[in-house]
Each structure stands twice: as C-alpha cells, then as structure tokens.
Design a binder for this molecule. Sequence first.
Ligand code: G6P
Length: 369
Amino acid sequence: EEIEKGGYDHFMLKEIYEQPRAIKDTYRGRLLADQGLIKMSGIDQNLEKFLNANRIIIVACGTSWHAGLVAEYIFEDLARISVEVEYASEFRYRNPVITDKDVLIAISQSGETADTLAAIKLAKEKGAFVFGVCNVVGSSIARETDAGAYTHAGPEIGVASTKAFTTQITVLTLMALKLAKEKGVFSESRFHEYLTELETIPAKVEKALLANPLVEIIADVYKDSTNCLYLGRGYNFPVALEGALKLKEISYIHAEGYPAAEMKHGPIALIDEQMPVIVIATKKGHYEKVVSNIQEIKSRKGKIIAIVTQGDEQVTELADHVIEVPETFESLTPLLTTIPLQLLSYHIAVMRGCNVDQPRNLAKSVTVE
Ligand code: G6P
C-alpha cells in the first residue's frame, strides 16, 4: 500500500496532486487545438440526438452530482442547451416526465452507484438517449448507457472524490464546447480560444497546488471549528457545495455550501466570530457582488478565508486569509478553485486525526439503495 501511495501520506493527497496529469489524460486525444477540433466518438456518433434534444437531464449522486451542477452552468452558458440536474435517488422515484427528445447524462466515478443505475434504466424505458460519464472502464453504468465518454482519472482510492470531480468537469466541458461549436453558438475563433485556454489548465492546477503550505497554516487555525460555511456564486456555487461536502466527509466538521446571495436568507444568522466562512471570490463572475457579501460577513465578525485570483487586491484587503489561484475563463474556474478546498479539508482532517482515506460510515461506491 505504501508503494501505491507513491510517497504521499494518503491516497487522497496523492490523488489531489495527480489532477494536472489526470485532466491532461482526460482531454488527450480529444482536444485537438491545432486542428480546431474536439473528437469524442460518443458524441460524434450521436450528434443528432444532442442537437435535437429538448433538454439535457443530468443524474448523479454525491460529488458527481456537484460536477453535474457545474455542467449545468457550462452547457447553458456556452452551448445554450437547457439542463436539469437531479439527484438520481429523487429522480427515479418521482415519476419524472421523460420523452424520447430528452438526453440523459449519468455521471458516476465508479459506474456502480445503484440509484444512478436505476435512473438510467428508467430513462431508457421512457425512450431517452442515455450518455454515461464514468471513470471505471467496463462498469455497470458504462455498459448500461447508449454511449459515453470516460474520464481518464485512473483509479481513485480515497473515498472522498477529488480527481474524479475535476476530470468529470473536464469531460463535460469538452462536450459543451463541442456542442457549442456544432450548434453554431461559438465562432471558430471563440472555440479556438477555449481550446487553447483548456490546455493551460493542467499547468494552472499545478500552480494552485503551490498554495499547499499556506493552506496547511490556515487549516491549523480552523481545525477545531465545529461549523463552516462555504459560499460561491455562478460557476463557483457548486464548488462551494463540493468544498463543504469534502470537509464534512473527512473531518466530520459540519459544513454547508450556499450560493453567496442566499446567505441573507438564512446562514447569515449563524455568523459570529466563531464561524469560518470560505468564500470563492475569483475576479470573473460577480466579483463585486461577492465583495459585498464578504463585507456583510466581516461586519458580523465572521472569519473569512477567500479563494481569489492571483494579484487580487480588493478581497485581499478584507479577508482574514486569501489563497490565490491563477486567472482563467470564468467557466473554467471550478477546475482551479476546487483545488485549495480539497487541500483545506485534507489538512484539517489529518490534524484532527481522522481516517482520511476511509472516513467512517462512508463507502467509495454505493451499490445498494
Ligand atoms: C459515494 C462516494 C462519493 C461519490 C458518490 C457517487 O458517496 O463516497 O465520493 O461521489 O458515492 O459515486 P459515483 O461512483 O456514482 O460517482
């Protein structure tokens, strides 16, 4: 096992550090920037299904559901396709309206999650076209779907999902970009800009990982917290949810993720000097609005840990701690902002003496209801 951990203390940390490579492996052979092309056979062979779809329904559980939420923003914003994201367990039991004009995308690292598998079967019965985004090759979901695209993250051992999440987002981004181009929503030049930017992401993730020693210092300050709030807007709202889930899963600290603007409808009541609030406040995407949310937290004496764009000044002045990530297109920021949040939960969990790779009561793959 020590050899498999490759010198890291835990699989989770190893997998966090594998992300630059995993993301690259996921787009390798698909993203052909020099040819101005995205090649994905699962889509190429079923292009009409996607182009004629009324909407896309995404079903998933856990972290994969958060990747689905990011995809909702990407598909709607870039490809102008209407998307609904559903917890597989809710979807399958609520007599959903599904027609043969719907495309259902099932996202699953393991490809074995019972609820997701059942949702697929239901959608197929109703005539929908079902596309799988799985990590495990040959898994049940990969076999059960009409077509699909694998994330090439490699085996993920840590129960808390890390590289599966970022590679799922990578695949879904490729899909959205491809459809944006096929639909004519994207010009050649805009498409090209995205391809080029996407290719810079592994190096930017590498840079984001350099914050690790700083994140460790911050973790030490907040390791004894009993509650934690995560806020983000737009593309980074799902990242806030995922950050909170990561902390809950492995450190057993109660954490909640919220869209920053919703804070005033509830969570703001919880804010006092004991409450760490992690705010994703990157430059693009409602920056000024997030700044005013930060001011509201500060005036209630909450502790602010902000994830900011390199070179940020405004938030840096207000926050108790800032962690920088490189600048990128707004739609690609989740691939970077999620990195310090993974590291933060990892370090807090280690400092609390938790079993990071196998947290209590959780399973890597939930094959029963
Ligand atoms: C479990 C795992 C999570 C995972 C979820 C969905 O809860 O602990 O890490 O996100 O299942 O799993 P899947 O394999 O379908 O992505």
